[in-house]
Ligand binder design. Structure first.
Ligand code: PGA
Length: 256
């Protein structure tokens, strides 16, 4: 029995106008829009959510956002809420990406509020954790990942925990071409699963998908995706071209 269906998510970051995003989405749909062996999610910028959502209509490719606020509405200039994402039929939302933590000062506490809010509104959080290079070199990787995971998931019920997707993204591997070795990644993924076991019990922990992110490309995908606790990928750079993204989805299809 396959306990965890692989999930491949494209994080388009601050790239593509609405028109360009639709073109990319259409290419992806033509190539893999009917396959159901792997869950596929694309996360365009907010401004392209509606148009990309329409381009995905009738395909198996799902729509995700890259961030949201924890409140439903109110005086939060420039922010977007969970119900607004749901209105565009988004099913996933990336939360706590290291670029949000680093450039926008997002704390574990704020990210935790967002995780809770996303779950409350039937959005699956793709909740990101990961250490910096300095933290890895100081031998603090597992400690950092533990703190981020525990704080980010505080108050999440056992029932809703299986809707959470975790993305382990070593900060030093994001956009740098420096990918974690499959051993380095597997070690942290197994550790995260052991934390989930402590928090939610074995049954739930075995169901939660843990993605790897950080310079994933076709040259390293098969080995990473072949690891026992690596259940997919969160892909930045390689998701901006349909061909490279589709190759990664195909790699996930054959990885067992
Ligand atoms: P990358 O980005 O694939 O370009 O390293 C991954 C991410 O930031 O999610």
């Amino acid at each position: 029995m396959i306990l965890r269906k692989k999930l491949m998510a494209g994080n388009w970051k601050m790239n593509r106008t609405s028109t360009d995003a639709v073109a990319l989405a259409q290419e992806i749909v033509v190539a893999i829009g009917k396959q159901a062996e792997v869950d596929v999610v694309v996360c365009p910028p907010f401004t392209a959510l509606e148009s990309v959502g329409k381009a995905l209509d009738g395909s198996t490719v799902k729509l995700g956002a890259q961030n949201m606020h924890s409140e439903v509405s109110g005086a939060f200039t420039g922010e977007i809420s969970a119900p607004m994402l749901r209105a565009f039929f988004a099913t996933h939302v990336i939360l706590g990406h290291s670029e949000r933590r680093t450039y926008f000062g997002e704390s574990d506490e704020f990210i935790n509020k967002k995780v809770i809010a996303a779950l409350k509104h039937q959005l699956r959080p793709i909740f990101c954790v990961g250490e910096t290079l300095a933290e890895r070199e100081a031998g603090a990787t597992l400690k950092v990942v533990q703190t981020q995971t525990e704080r980010g998931l505080e108050g999440v019920s056992k029932e809703l925990a299986t809707s959470v997707v975790i993305a382990y993204e070593p900060v030093w591997a994001i956009g740098t071409g420096m990918v974690a070795t499959s051993e380095q990644a597997q070690e942290v993924h197994a550790f995260i699963r052991s934390l989930l076991t402590k928090l939610f019990g074995e049954h739930v922990a075995q169901k939660v998908r843990i993605l790897y992110g950080g310079s994933m490309k076709s040259a390293n995908a098969a080995e990473l995706l072949g690891q026992k606790d690596i259940d997919g990928g969160l892909i930045g750079g390689a998701s901006l071209e349909a061909r490279s993204f589709v190759e990664l989805v195909k790699a996930a299809t054959v990885a067992k």
